[in-house]
Design a protein around this ligand. Structure first.
Ligand SMILES: [Zn+2]
Ligand SMILES: [Zn+2]
Length: 264
């Protein structure tokens, strides 16, 4: 008998007390320290003074309604699912919009920008997958991993791109910003599908992280599509779309946490 078998027996058997268990199970308890420690705690747990008849009625009322649930997928599987979703959105969007931005950028701009985007996206997808596991350990405070990719991207833009004045600055910026926000909005339902089974204990931080990840999908699409290489345009329109999407994610998270606290 293994530790898992013993856990199963513990949940299925009528009595939590090991004295009534089959010999096999008691032998495992003697040989396994972690199981015996847990069982000692359960055996010594304080008996309630509620009459047995009432306990039986409570059990009869609750137990038939309980259904086994399958365990949450692992962090790496959820991270993989999130990355597949965002690669799908980027491929579909740039299939539609074209790759003029990729062609207009030189090798240094491409390697720095897309490395930064790639690292940020993988790290954020992993953080999101961890956040939705109740009881998972907190890594860094939320604002650190929200601010770090945005600051790195703005710094890279300022360093890599010059200033090119353009009388159509505002309409061009608005058009790119709209594309970025649309791509983020298209990614969000896919992320929800991948994350829906978990439960985040910090809905605002979780929403902001998901919003930023969706926003970075928009930034990546724009970097591949948009050939207007002006640092102000890229910062305001492209990264601005990711900032807007982060804020929307945080607001949705805060609405969700209010509903959870007060009931629908
Ligand atoms: Zn064991
Ligand atoms: Zn643009």
């Amino acid at each position: 008998m293994s530790c898992d078998d013993l856990d199963k027996l513990r949940t299925q058997s009528v009595s939590r007390h090991s004295s009534t268990w089959p010999l096999e199970a008691r032998e495992h308890l003697e040989s396994c320290e972690s199981c015996s420690q847990l069982q000692k705690l359960l055996d010594n747990s304080v008996q309630s003074d509620v009459p047995d008849a009432i306990l039986d009625r409570v059990e009869a009322a609750i137990l038939p309604g309980l259904l086994p649930v399958s365990p949450l997928p692992s962090v790496s599987r959820i991270t993989g699912a999130l990355l597949l979703c965002l690669i799908g959105v980027i491929a579909a969007a740039n299939w539609h919009l074209g790759v003029a931005g990729w062609n207009a950028r030189d090798n240094l701009q491409i390697s720095v920008n897309f490395s930064l985007l790639g690292i940020s996206v993988v790290v954020l997808a992993n953080i999101l997958a961890r956040q939705m596991m109740p009881g998972s350990r907190r890594s860094a405070p939320v604002f650190v991993y929200i601010a770090a990719p945005l600051i790195a991207l703005v710094a890279a833009d300022v360093a890599l791109f010059g200033y090119h004045s353009n009388p159509d600055f505002v309409p061009l910026a608005l058009s790119c910003w709209e594309i970025g926000v649309t791509c983020a909005a298209l990614s969000a339902p896919l992320f929800w599908l991948a994350l829906r089974r978990g439960l985040s204990l910090n809905p605002i931080g979780h929403g902001a992280t998901a919003g930023l990840l969706a926003g970075l999908v928009g930034v990546t699409v724009l970097e591949i599509y948009c050939p207007y290489l002006d640092r102000w345009h890229i910062t305001v329109a492209h990264i601005g779309a990711a900032i807007a999407s982060t804020l929307v994610g945080a607001v949705i998270g805060s609405i969700k946490s209010r509903i959870q606290q007060h009931g629908p």
